[in-house]
Design a binder for this molecule. Structure first.
Ligand code: SF4
Ligand code: SF4
Ligand code: FES
Length: 270
């Protein structure tokens, strides 16, 4: 995630303004409050063709509630800042077009519910950054060639490429029931960081071993493959099939298959 510089700044004009007579009025129910509690407040917004939910929030901020707190940065689906729950679904506000929402019904916007509230639509996601710091970093093997370069198979490089698309929006963390409903933040790192660990573990140059951490510290056993995380990922990363399941298989191989364990003892990684 990039820096969240626009938490309460005044908005720019909506990206695709059209004349007032081409607009429709939509009621927005926006959660207002902080860690001590809050309530929904309703705002009518003139919505024109091409507007996204973030445009509407900016219009509300500009015209009706200057103190409405909302976090955003790129308005292009790349910084991961504008995550919220729109009609109960974790989404990026800047990538949710108004025409994709049910016509004639109010639009409800709430902050991410798996993290503590700061104010209005802004949550404290710093837990994620603390989790990331605890994961063992990339540890490359010595160069393969005299000129200091490495030789890798293209298919090994391609396999982790998908994982690098993550924008750290934390929508997957928000939707995961282990965090959202069971509050296992002390025992489970969540899908984003299972993915991050998989990216390191599958990196063709990496020599570190994080498999014991996945089992003992990161709570991979809590994941029961519901795939809710995969469904909400705006980058369409195969979080469950391509990252979490292979990591679960490595944990099983390492700790529950004596032959594989013996083999790995004599064939160190990398
Ligand atoms: S597949 Fe696992 S990590 Fe993803 S939402 Fe379900 S329980 Fe959470
Ligand atoms: S894996 Fe997808 S949903 Fe999860 S933080 Fe990265 S981009 Fe967001
Ligand atoms: S503002 Fe950057 S992802 Fe929405």
């Amino acid at each position: 995630m990039t820096s969240k510089t626009n938490m309460t700044s005044m908005p720019t004009a909506p990206s695709n303004p059209r004349s007032q007579d081409e607009s429709t009025t939509v009621q927005f129910r926006i959660w207002r409050g902080d860690s001590s509690g809050g309530t929904f407040q309703t705002f009518p917004v003139a919505v024109s063709e091409g507007m996204v939910v973030l445009d509407c929030v900016h219009r509300i901020q500009a015209e009706q509630a200057n103190d409405l707190a909302v976090r955003w940065n790129c308005k292009a689906g790349k910084c991961g800042s504008c995550s919220a729950e729109i009609n109960g679904q974790p989404k990026l506000m800047c990538m949710t077009r108004m025409e994709t929402l049910p016509v004639g019904q109010p639009v409800t916007i709430e902050p991410l519910r798996s993290f503590p509230s700061i104010r209005d639509l802004v949550t404290d996601v710093s837990w994620n950054f603390r989790v990331k710091k605890k994961i063992k970093p990339f540890k490359p093997r010595k160069p393969d060639n005299a000129d200091g370069s490495w030789t890798m198979m293209q298919e090994d490089v391609d396999r982790v490429q998908e994982f690098r698309k993550c924008i750290e929006c934390f929508l997957c963390q928000d939707v995961c029931h282990v965090l959202r409903d069971h509050h296992k933040h002390d025992e489970f790192i969540g899908p984003r960081f299972l993915l991050y660990t998989a990216a390191l573990e599958m990196h063709p140059l990496d020599t570190e071993d994080r498999i014991a951490d996945l089992k003992n510290n990161d709570g991979i056993g809590y994941c029961n493959i519901t795939k809710c995380c995969t469904k909400v990922c705006p980058e369409h990363i195969g979080i469950t099939d391509n990252a979490i399941i292979p990591m679960k298989e490595r944990v099983v191989d390492e700790f529950y298959d004596p032959m594989t364990r013996l083999f790995r003892m004599f064939k160190p990684k990398g």
